[in-house]
Design a protein around this ligand. Structure first.
Ligand SMILES: [Zn+2]
Length: 469
C-alpha cells in the first residue's frame, strides 16, 4: 500500500500556534475547528505603490490567514504589503472589479485604547483579529503643510501651539484626549514634503478583521453600484454593531489594507484574537441601511442567481439520476460518498487525470485552485477567477475532501455535485474514485474492491457513468 501524502492541516497548524504563540499575540476564547478550517479568498499585493491597480487572489484556511496577520514586518514606512477584503477580477483592484468578498475589515483610528475594540467584539459575539497598525502608539502626527495653510486661510511658515491644536480638533481624526495633549507643533520635513508635525500622548490605532458567514458576491449583482452600495451599508452596519466610529473611506469595497507592520525600534505592536461568530452580511447590511435612513430593504442581488441544486434531497437526486441515458444510480456510489468522502485525494486525482485544470497557485495543506469552476456557466462572469478550489481529504475524521466555489450561484452546491460534474465533463474517470492511489491508506480495502467492481460494470451505453449524487 502506498504511503499517505504529508498533510499539514489548518487545524494542526493553528493548534500549534495557539500552544506556542509569539509574545505579541493574545487569545480571548477558543476558536472552533470549523471556523479555523473554513476557506477564505482575497487579493493581496506586495505593496500598495507597486500595485495601485493590481492584486493576486489567494485562497487559504481562516487559520492560516489569522496566523499571517500575526507576522509583523519592521519598516519605516507602513507599506509592507496590502490585502483586500475579497478577490479581484483579472488582477485589477477597483470598485468595478471586485469578485467575491470573504473578509470584512474596519480601521479603528478613533479609540482610547485597543482593548475597547476587544471588549466590543466580545459583547457582539463576533470573532475578530484586532491588529495594531503602523502608527499605533506613535506620539507624533504629520499632516501636509498645505492642508494646514488652506485651513487657516493664509500661507507662511509660522505655527503656534493653539493654532495647531485647533486645526487638529477641527480635523476630527483624533480623540479629544489626544488633541488636548498636543505639546509641540512645528513645520517639519516629512517623507513627502513639508508637514505640520505635532507631538502628543500615544495614540491607539488598530484594524479589525472579521469573516463573512457567506461570502458576498459582486457577480450576483446586476448593477455594480448596487453591490458597492450594499457593501458600504454592510461596513457601516458592522461598525455600528461594534460601536466603532469609522471614516467614509472605509466603506470602499476595493480598499487595500496594509499588512501588519511596526516602525523599527518599537515594540508596542500586538494582535488579539477574539473567538466568536462569523459576520452575517445581510444582517449588517440591513443595519447599515437603517443608519443611512435608506428605506430600501437589504438588497437581494438583482440578478437571481441560477438556482443551484439543493443539498440533501435524495428524491430529487434520484429523479435526476433516473433521467438521461448516461446516468445510473449505483448503490456502491452512495456507499462511496458515505465511506470515502473522508478519504478521497481529489487534488491528487485531478493532478493525475486533468493537470491542466489545476492552477499553479497552491493553497494551504494539499489544496489547489482550479482553473474554471465546473459550473462556471452559472456565474455572471464566466471567466475563470480562482474562486474555486479543491482540497485533499486529510487524516482527520472531521474533514473530508473539498471542492468549493465562492460564487453566490454555487454556494449551495455540494462537493459531491461538483465531483459528479467533473466526472460528467470528462475531467475525472469514475474509476478514480475507487483507485487506491487516491484514497487515504486506512480506507477499507474490501469496500474499495467492491466499489471498484461496481465502477467497472458498464452501463448499457458501454460507458462508465455513475451518479454519485
Ligand atoms: Zn462556481
Amino acid at each position: 500500500m502506498r504511503t499517505p501524502p504529508h498533510h499539514s492541516s489548518a487545524i494542526e497548524a493553528w493548534n500549534k500556534f495557539v500552544a506556542e504563540p509569539p509574545a505579541h499575540v493574545t487569545f480571548v476564547g477558543d476558536f472552533d475547528e470549523d471556523f479555523i478550517a473554513r476557506y477564505v479568498s482575497y487579493a493581496g499585493a506586495r505593496s500598495l505603490s507597486a500595485s495601485a491597480a493590481n492584486g493576486t487572489n489567494h485562497t487559504m484556511p481562516v487559520g492560516q490567514h489569522l496566523r499571517n496577520l500575526s507576522k509583523f514586518k519592521t519598516c519605516r514606512k507602513k507599506d509592507a504589503g496590502v490585502f483586500c477584503q475579497g478577490t479581484v477580477i483579472n488582477g485589477r483592484r477597483s470598485k468595478k472589479t471586485m469578485g467575491v468578498m470573504s473578509l470584512i475589515v474596519l480601521d479603528c483610528d478613533k479609540i482610547n485604547d485597543i482593548n475597547e475594540v476587544v471588549e466590543a467584539a466580545k459583547r457582539a459575539g463576533i470573532a475578530v483579529a484586532v491588529i495594531t497598525t503602523h502608527t499605533h502608539y506613535s506620539t507624533t502626527t504629520d499632516v501636509e503643510w498645505k492642508h494646514f495653510e488652506t485651513w487657516r486661510g493664509r500661507s507662511g511658515t509660522d505655527v503656534t501651539l493653539d493654532e495647531a491644536t485647533e486645526f487638529f480638533r477641527q480635523r476630527g481624526k483624533h480623540m479629544p484626549g489626544v488633541v488636548d495633549s498636543i505639546s509641540l507643533a512645528e513645520r517639519a520635513r516629512g517623507t513627502d514634503g513639508w508637514v505640520i508635525r505635532v507631538t502628543h500622548a500615544p495614540v491607539h490605532k488598530c484594524r479589525v478583521v472579521a469573516f463573512l458567514k457567506e461570502p458576498m458576491d459582486f457577480n450576483a449583482y446586476e448593477d455594480l453600484d448596487e453591490g458597492n452600495e450594499a457593501w458600504a451599508c454592510a461596513i457601516m452596519g458592522f461598525a455600528a454593531k461594534l460601536g466603532i466610529e469609522i471614516d467614509e473611506s472605509c466603506t470602499d469595497s476595493s480598499r487595500a489594507f496594509y499588512s501588519p507592520s511596526h516602525p523599527s525600534g518599537t515594540n508596542d505592536h500586538q494582535v488579539i484574537y477574539v473567538a466568536g461568530d462569523l459576520v452575517d452580511f445581510h444582517e449588517v447590511e440591513a443595519a447599515g441601511r437603517v443608519l443611512k435612513g435608506d428605506a430600501k430593504s437589504p438588497s437581494a442581488p438583482a440578478k437571481a442567481p441560477v438556482k443551484a441544486p439543493q443539498r440533501k434531497q435524495p428524491a430529487q437526486a434520484k429523479a435526476q439520476a433516473q433521467t438521461g441515458e448516461k446516468t445510473k444510480l449505483v448503490h456502491a456510489t452512495r456507499l462511496w460518498a458515505k465511506k470515502f468522502a473522508m478519504r478521497f485525494l481529489v487534488t491528487d486525482a485531478l493532478a493525475a487525470y486533468s493537470p491542466n485544470l489545476l492552477t499553479s497557485a497552491a493553497l494551504g495543506g494539499k489544496g489547489r485552485h482550479i482553473e474554471r469552476c465546473p459550473y462556471c456557466e452559472r456565474h455572471s462572469n464566466t471567466a475563470g477567477d480562482s474562486s474555486t478550489y479543491v482540497c485533499n481529504a486529510i487524516a482527520d475524521p472531521r474533514s473530508g475532501f473539498k471542492i468549493q466555489c465562492m460564487h453566490a450561484s454555487c454556494k449551495d452546491t455540494d462537493r459531491l455535485e461538483f465531483l459528479q460534474r467533473l466526472i460528467d465533463n470528462g475531467s475525472l474517470p469514475a474509476e478514480a474514485l475507487a483507485d487506491p492511489r487516491f484514497l487515504l491508506e486506512d480506507a477499507n480495502a474490501e469496500l474499495i474492491d467492491k466499489i471498484a467492481a461496481e465502477f467497472q460494470q458498464p452501463t448499457n451505453q458501454g460507458k462508465y457513468a455513475y451518479r454519485i449524487y
